[in-house]
Design a protein. Structure first.
Length: 186
């Protein structure tokens, strides 16, 4: 007899995360929907040192639990208003010091106000993430009139990354705290 979980959702990260009907056995993707998720809240949980972001995003990530290749296929994430990106000064300085052209590009990205961003996300069952993003914004510290258009592709094994960043420890600590304090939203 098949099992179906439906109407799954939680208000977290100052937004809403929901999951469409999840069926076992699975015939179609269960879509993880991000609605107005606050990047500041997410980055507070993850605690990355290289950069910080603020603003809100929406997205849909089709999840496959028994696909022979994919965990997420043709997912997307987009801004739901203005985003900001701030690179860590030491990291940006280190990258900029290696190459004059790279340094000039990094100077435009040190602080960005992003008007439009859209990313396509795929994740295979071995942890290989492929992210292709287009970001349009400005660096008001350099020139508020000069538009910065960034086409960015990234591929990385997120399972290895999470282990190296101790992501699981941070997430576990945050979940334990969130569950111990009912009524307060992290």
């Amino acid at each position: 007899m098949p099992l179906t979980l439906s109407n799954l959702g939680v208000d977290m990260l100052n937004g809403r995360i929901s999951l469409s009907a999840l069926r076992f056995p699975q015939h179609d993707a269960a879509v993880l929907k991000l609605d107005n998720v606050d990047l500041s809240a997410l980055f507070t949980v993850l605690k990355p040192k290289q950069f910080a972001m603020s603003g809100r995003v929406d997205g849909e990530l089709p999840l496959y639990l028994n696909h022979p290749k994919w965990l997420v296929r043709n997912g997307w994430i987009a801004n739901a208003g203005t985003l900001t990106l701030r690179l860590d000064k030491d990291m940006a300085d280190a990258i900029a010091s290696n190459n004059l052209a790279t340094g000039a590009a990094i100077d435009w990205l040190r602080y960005m106000e992003i008007n439009r961003s859209q990313a396509r996300v795929d994740l295979d069952n071995l942890g290989e993430l492929s992210l292709h993003a287009k970001i349009d914004g400005v660096n008001p510290l350099k020139s508020a009139k000069r538009e910065v258009i960034l086409n960015y592709s990234h591929q990385e094994n997120v399972f290895q990354l999470w282990r190296s960043l101790r992501f699981g420890d941070n997430l576990q600590e945050w979940l334990e705290q969130a569950l111990a304090e009912p009524g307060e939203q992290p």
